[in-house]
Design a protein around this ligand. Structure first.
Ligand SMILES: Cc1cc2nc3c(=O)[nH]c(=O)nc-3n(C[C@H](O)[C@H](O)[C@H](O)COP(=O)(O)OP(=O)(O)OC[C@H]3O[C@@H](n4cnc5c(N)ncnc54)[C@H](O)[C@@H]3O)c2cc1C
Length: 393
């Protein structure tokens, strides 16, 4: 197998990033944010907007975790589709979160520009592109097509743009308001915007968290409020969340550029996901494909804190990659990262100890919900404002 290495990091902007210094002495701030992924950086931005002094810490670099290693999909809504969320949580709650995620795409696009946030829409396909493998795949595609229709009906009922799709990749839905990005570039862009006004430290693993005090090897942070914005492995830092959140490994690979179509068009017009969202792929502007999935085929072994890619899952992704590409692919990078899951698909926003709030558990889709949850965690800690009931607390 290709040695593990994150495909997004080959982007010259990511490769050329300057590292932030680690925390080297004890400091004080109004707010300490632990975790500088997309969620933690949103908490940093919100605290700055409120005129507070902020210290941000990451165990590795900015976006060292899932926020720099994910599919880069900016799909409105939580991990489950709007019609399923409405059935489980009530239409009002599901719609409120859906609309906030749509606003989040717009806010990210305004902040970071079209070079980072590509507003291309997204395609949900029923089943993988190409020939059906067997009768079970055919039956599943029929079920998924019916589910696409339910999703379309619910979106239309609420005036949200959606179109039927039937084309070279198969059948499903096109959602024109969704977007895509290189996730590492999103996080680095936010860190560059907030960095001059906040004190952000890389390579500063937090060893323990108490009310008012965060301990690292080289110094402590004293802060009135501590926001723990860590998705995967949250229960390692805060063991009281064990059972409420569970860490899984999600795996990806990237390829050499795919051959363009006859008029030079990319094979994938926008981010595309299939098989109930288990497999997902996008192409960057250079034509490289970034694809992940297969967790459902290996669910038991993927409940792990380990982030090493495995031959089984990578083999499945390579198979799916050839289906998405319509031809065999040449793999250049393979990687994995941790993500937090919750039993009812509601992300967590909760006060864990007095003055210590945490958010995480985005069930594999935290690029938009994560920042919303992080701001809700801040509002819970600072104002005592209860989060919306689309969050578990
Ligand atoms: C392979 C994969 C594909 C995915 N695809 C998508 C997708 O396409 N769209 C989508 O919306 N979501 C996707 N997700 C989920 C999404 O990546 C995450 O939900 C989201 O990135 C979570 O961001 P975060 O900032 O909350 O947490 P993280 O990205 O996990 O960031 C937490 C940060 O905390 C730091 N940290 C951890 N412990 C400590 C400590 N003790 N001290 C200091 N720092 C610490 C880590 O180094 C890390 O940088 C995917 C996830 C994976 C793994």
């Amino acid at each position: 197998m290709t040695p593990p290495d994150v495909g997004w990091d080959a982007d010259p902007v990511v490769a050329g990033r300057s590292a932030l210094a680690p925390l080297a002495a004890s400091v004080t701030g109004d707010v300490c944010v632990i975790g500088l992924g997309g969620s933690g950086l949103a908490a940093v931005g919100e605290a700055l907007r409120r005129g507070l002094s902020v210290v941000g810490l990451d165990a590795g670099r900015v976006a060292a975790g899932a926020a720099g290693r994910n599919g880069g999909f900016l799909i409105a809504g939580p991990a489950i589709a709007l019609h399923q969320a409405a059935a489980g949580w009530g239409a009002e709650a599901a719609l409120a979160l859906y609309r906030q995620t749509m606003d989040e795409i717009g806010a990210l696009a305004d902040l970071l520009g079209p070079e980072v946030i590509r507003r291309e829409g997204s395609l949900r396909l029923a089943g993988l592109p190409g020939e059906l493998a067997d009768a079970a795949a055919a039956a599943d595609r029929e079920l998924e097509l019916a589910d696409c229709l339910d999703q379309q009906r619910t979106l239309q009922e609420h005036g949200i743009a959606v179109e039927s799709y039937a084309g070279p990749l198969g059948q499903g839905l096109f959602l024109p308001d969704d977007a895509a990005m290189n996730p590492a570039r999103r996080a680095l862009g936010l860190a560059a915007i907030y960095g001059p006004r906040a004190r952000l430290f890389e390579n500063s693993p937090v060893r323990s968290v108490e009310t008012g005090r965060v301990v690292t090897d080289a110094g402590d942070v004293s802060a009135g409020l501590v926001v723990v914005a860590v998705d995967g492995k949250l229960e390692v830092l805060l063991p009281e969340l064990t059972g409420r959140i569970r860490t899984t490994r999600l795996q990806m690979l990237s390829t050499e550029p795919l051959a363009p179509g006859p008029s030079g068009e990319p094979r994938l017009p926008c981010p595309v996901y299939s098989r109930w969202g288990y497999d997902y792929a996008q192409q960057d502007r250079a034509g490289r494909m970034f694809i992940g999935g297969g967790r459902d085929h290996f669910a038991d072994e993927e409940w792990t804190l380990d982030t090493t890619p495995t031959a089984g899952v990578q083999g499945w992704i390579e198979h799916a990659a050839a289906r998405f590409a319509g031809a065999p692919v040449r793999v250049t990078h393979r990687w994995a990262a941790s993500a937090g899951y919750t039993p009812d698909a509601r992300p967590l926003v909760t006060e864990v100890r007095p003055g210590v709030v945490a958010c995480g558990g985005y069930n594999g889709t935290g690029n938009l919900v994560g920042p919303i949850a992080a701001r809700a965690a801040l509002a819970l800690g600072l104002d005592g404002q209860r989060p919306g009931n689309y969050f578990g607390c």
